[in-house]
Design a protein around this ligand. Sequence first.
Ligand code: IDP
Ligand code: MG
Length: 149
Amino acid sequence: MERTFVMVKPDGVQRGLVGDVIRRFESKGFKLVGLKLVSVSRELAEQHYGVHRERPFFGSLVEFIISAPVVAMVWEGKGAIAAARKIIGATNPLEAEPGTIRGDFGVDIGRNLIHGSDGPDTAASEIALWFSESELANWEPATKAWLYE
Ligand code: IDP
Ligand code: MG
């Protein structure tokens, strides 16, 4: 089983799309293990996007992420990291396939609604950055035997 970090960005929260996002991950069969609404500090935003520090859009990205609350989540399941990236879609919503979250709900790369970890190392570090161990629930879904052979 893998865990991945997913965040509904301020545009997704402001546009009332939190429920749609959660619906898609639940319907796929992933297990929610962490969930919270966060008013992000500048330090946390800069840490989360630290890899992009030298990019021209870094400043506006940080301003955007701290401009309204985000919904931070951890989802668990078989292949969850790559599957979440597929559910989310390409970075530029105009290039994201219909059926993906960005493909269905967005038009601008600077308002692409949602973040998902891009690999096992970033998933681990992002989960640790956003959640304490006590905020993550270890629970057994009653549906498990109907999702996994
Ligand atoms: P990802 O979110 O699909 O992993 P990254 O390349 O890691 O995409 O970029 C992180 C975030 O930075 C994007 O989701 C988007 O919000 C923002 N971003 C990336 N490229 C651009 C750009 O060219 N202009 C404005 N914002 C960008
Ligand atoms: Mg990324």
